[in-house]
Design a protein around this ligand. Structure first.
Ligand SMILES: [Zn+2]
Length: 248
């Protein structure tokens, strides 16, 4: 094998392994925050909320809860494999660049927000604000123009979602979107920048609407049922980052 191919294979395996371990942290945080725990630490049982899951090798193979026997291993493994896949694909897509690092880190964070919103219908500010800081930092490292694009993208997306929020209250007399969705839109705009913020948000909203229509048609859901928009927005943004890259 030529040296270049060996180097690329090693880089992909390294990125995949790092993504797998980072996925373990994502799983741990996704169980801890909804249980009212600090973000960092071992995963807690989702049944007896707050009890740490037994087993010290949780980053590699999380164990079952010693109190109730609940095993979140499948969810943990799915999250870890998604982290591994996103990191390896980011490297293959963008090479060893700032863009690859940004897309891998952003995907891991969006995976965390997606999981919590999907399972608990909650968006935690502590998952958004450090992400905005990270996105602005990575944009600053690139160029002043990138920082401007990230800032305008974030503020613009948050403003548009803020308007949706107000319209929802005026029309439906209740909040159709959560305040967390406004923050999330701001985070997404900061990650994608001005260039691809609109298609990124559109991907998520169109998927949510499409699945919502199918579920109502199949009578699985009524039109007033809750839709975890945040989770769809995160999924759409991950796809957008792989198609068009981060703010640049
Ligand atoms: Zn338990």
């Amino acid at each position: 094998m030529p040296a270049d191919a060996v180097f690329l294979a090693l880089a992909v395996v390294t990125a995949g392994t790092a993504g797998y371990l980072a996925g373990g942290f994502v799983h741990a945080i996704a169980t801890r925050l909804p249980a009212g725990q600090m973000a960092l630490g071992p995963p807690v049982c989702t049944s007896c909320s707050g009890e740490p899951v037994r087993g010290n090798a949780w980053l590699i193979v999380p164990g079952a809860c010693s109190r109730c026997g609940r095993n979140d291993r499948r969810m943990a493994l799915a999250t870890q494999l998604a982290g591994a896949l996103a990191s390896a694909l980011a490297l293959l897509r963008y090479g060893i660049t700032r863009d690859a690092l940004a897309v891998a880190l952003f995907s891991l964070l969006l995976l965390l927000i997606l999981r919590i919103d999907w399972e608990h219908h909650l968006i935690f500010t502590i998952t958004i604000v450090p992400g905005i800081g990270l996105a602005l930092l990575l944009a600053t490292l690139e160029s002043p123009a990138t920082l401007l694009s990230a800032t305008v993208g974030g503020l613009g997306a948050a403003a548009v979602f803020g308007l949706f929020f107000l319209l929802g209250i005026l029309i439906y007399r209740r909040a159709a979107l959560g305040a967390g969705d406004i923050l999330l839109a701001g985070l997404i705009g900061t990650m994608t920048g001005v260039r691809s913020v609109v298609p990124a948000l559109f991907l998520g909203m169109a998927t949510a609407a499409g699945i919502g229509i199918v579920l109502v048609a199949l009578r699985r859901k009524s039109r007033m049922d809750y839709i975890p928009y945040g989770a769809y927005l995160c999924a759409g943004t991950i796809v957008a980052l792989f198609l068009w890259g981060p703010a640049g």
